[in-house]
Each structure stands twice: as structure tokens, then as C-alpha cells.
Design a protein around this ligand. Structure first.
Ligand code: NAD
Length: 302
């Protein structure tokens, strides 16, 4: 069936889900949404979505249901609700954009397959800005024919990549990506704190690094926009970044791969939550290093 004639559902309208659902609406697609936060549903309804109070009514109205939920426990909870997806009768495919790790993805597949619902493992990378602009990387694991059918609608979010047929394969890709992203944030904080303490100007440091070999996703984006400005609002909770690195280390351990750098990065994320609280933003990893170093990595005013 033509992707434009299908009806879509979206469960989880947070930092990522809201702008992604918004892109489907902007493309003129019919989108049925829900979230446990009614205010999030109202905001999408104001943009033209059909708002629902529960998951079953979304699944009853949509052919393809997207999930953008915090973790595996939330996905499991949504999929296992008694009045859930299968009971509702219409949805035949669940595309899970959440980062939940390979084990949880395989469990989700195992829950839905006997109900005749296809589970598509499809985590994304690129943050809320990428979600708004439609420039995300979408990592997809599902049988190729399903991937080909979904390609058009996924393209509204960014660039899809097919990683394999089995649920969990895209999760491994995503965890490897986020290990790199978190490591870049942590090590950039250390390098920047050193320079600032030695009297260097942080804005000049960022310029030099980005013209040189230390350039990375934290120096290009997160530090200049969120740390040097003092905004600390990447729109990705440090708690979720910790989940990602923890899941990555679990997978590495299972496969007998030591990850000493990854283990240190995970502890940095634990410290960020301990220092800044459960709502801490990803960029606040820098505050941990700032605390130890006794400096602030901020641009000079003006
Ligand atoms: P978020 O916390 O901002 O949003 C999650 C949303 O899910 C919230 O609106 C919450 O109310 C809703 N929710 C939670 N449990 C629910 C349930 N049982 N039923 C219905 N709604 C429920 O998280 P986010 O930053 O949007 O991330 C979503 C997923 O995408 C996570 O798995 C995250 O790791 C991943 N991710 C995030 C980013 C980012 O930069 N924020 C980037 C890539 C991937």
C-alpha cells in the first residue's frame, strides 16, 4: 500500500517524538498520537494530529505505530498492555524509534510476532534539532521488504540505513554510536577545563579544535551552543545517555569485549546525575569536570 494512504500512530511525544510526529503532520500524513503526558498530546493536536487518551485507541486507528519511549521498560509496558496493540485490531507494524538495547528489542519482537504484528527496530541519532529538521540517521533492522515499504515514511525523519533483518541489530549500531557521542562529550569537557584553567579562551579553543584534529560532535555542536553559552539544554537527558552507555557496556561484556574507556564514560554520566539531579541535561557532564577543576567553561561576555 502507498505510504501516503496509510494512517500513522505515534506513542511518546517527548524531545524526539514530538518533532518527529510533527514532521509527519507537515508532510500531510494522518497521525494519531498519545503520551502519558496529556499536555504533550494537546500540543500535537494543536498542530493537526488526532489526540488519544490511550494506546489502544491509537493502535485501533493506525496501520503503522511509531514508538519514541525512554527505555525498554516503557516499550515493554506499552506493548504488554492488555488493551494494547493487538487487541485494538488495526496496527500491523510497530516501528520502535526508541533506544532500548538489543535484548529489549528482541523481547519486543517476541511479544508482537505471535499477534501478527511486525516489530521494526529503528533507533535514531541526531537529537531534537535533527528531529525538527528531518536530518536524523535512522538505523533500521527488519526484513528487507518491510524496510523498503517503510523507506518513504522514514525519509521524513532523515536518512534511513538498513542494518539487517533481525530485531536488535539496529540497537547495537545505535549503542556504538552513542558510546562515541558520550565519550566525545566527556573528553571534550576534560580538554576544555584544562585549557580554561591554564588561561585559554574557551571560544578560541573551540575554533582551534574545530580547525584541527580534535574536532568531534561535542566541539562542533554541544559545547559551543550549550556549554559556552551556559544554556545546558541539548534536549537529551543525561539519564538517557547513561542508559545507552550502560546498555552498550552490557552488550560488550556479553560478547567478551573490554570497554575501559566506555566504563569511565558511564561513571561520568552517573556523576552527572548525582551532581545535577534526574533532570540533568547531557551537556551537564561538563559541570562534573568544572566542579573538579574549579573553573567554568563559558564564553567571555559580549
Ligand atoms: P523524553 O523523555 O523527552 O520523551 C519520552 C516521552 O515518552 C515522554 O513524553 C513521556 O511522557 C512518554 N512516555 C514515557 N512512558 C510512556 C508510556 N508508558 N506511555 C506513553 N508515553 C510514555 O525522551 P526523548 O529524549 O524524546 O527520547 C526518546 C527515545 O529516543 C529514548 O529512547 C532516547 O534514548 C532516544 N533518543 C533521544 C535523543 C535525544 O537527543 N533526546 C536522540 C536519539 C535517541
Amino acid at each position: 500500500m502507498d505510504a501516503n494512504s496509510l494512517t500513522y500512530g505515534f506513542i511518546g511525544l517527548g524531545n524526539m517524538g514530538a518533532p518527529m510526529a510533527g514532521r509527519l503532520l507537515d508532510a500531510g500524513l494522518a497521525v494519531h498520537v498519545t503520551d502519558r503526558d496529556p499536555a504533550a498530546v494537546r500540543r500535537l493536536a494543536e498542530r493537526g494530529a488526532s489526540g488519544h487518551g490511550d494506546i489502544a485507541s491509537v493502535a485501533g486507528a493506525a496501520d503503522v505505530v511509531f514508538l519514541s519511549l525512554p527505555d525498554g521498560a516503557a516499550v515493554e509496558q506499552v506493548l504488554s498492555q492488555q488493551q494494547g496493540l493487538a487487541a485494538a485490531g488495526r496496527a500491523r507494524c510497530v516501528v520502535d524509534l526508541s533506544t532500548i538495547g538489543p535484548d529489549a528489542a528482541r523481547r519486543a519482537h517476541a511479544v508482537l510476532a505471535p499477534q501478527g504484528i511486525e516489530y521494526v527496530d529503528a533507533p535514531v541519532s541526531g537529537g531534537p534539532t535533527g528531529a525538527q529538521r528531518g536530518t536524523l540517521a535512522i538505523m533500521v533492522a527488519c526484513p528487507r521488504p518491510r524496510y523498503d515499504r517503510l523507506h518513504g515514511v522514514l525519509s521524513h525523519f532523515g536518512t534511513p540505513f538498513h542494518l539487517g533483518s533481525d530485531a536488535g541489530q539496529a540497537q547495537v549500531m545505535k549503542l556504538a554510536n552513542n558510546l562515541l557521542s558520550a565519550t566525545a562529550v566527556a573528553i571534550t569537557a576534560e580538554a576544555m577545563a584544562l585549557g580554561v584553567k591554564a588561561g585559554l579562551d574557551p571560544s578560541t579553543m573551540i575554533e582551534v579544535i574545530n580547525a584541527g584534529s580534535g574536532r568531534n560532535s561535542a566541539t562542533v555542536d554541544k559545547f559551543p551552543k550549550q556549554v559556552l553559552t551556559g544554556q545546558f539544554n541539548v534536549g537529551f537527558a543525561a539519564r538517557l545517555a547513561h542508559k545507552d552507555v550502560r546498555l552498550c557496556l552490557q552488550e560488550a561484556e556479553r560478547r567478551g569485549i573490554p570497554m575501559m574507556v566506555g566504563a569511565a564514560v558511564k561513571e561520568m554520566l552517573v556523576m552527572t546525575n548525582a551532581l545535577c539531579g534526574p533532570q540533568a541535561d547531557y551537556a551537564e557532564v561538563a559541570r562534573v569536570v568544572e566542579n573538579f577543576a574549579g573553573v567554568q567553561i563559558r564564553a567571555a561576555p559580549g
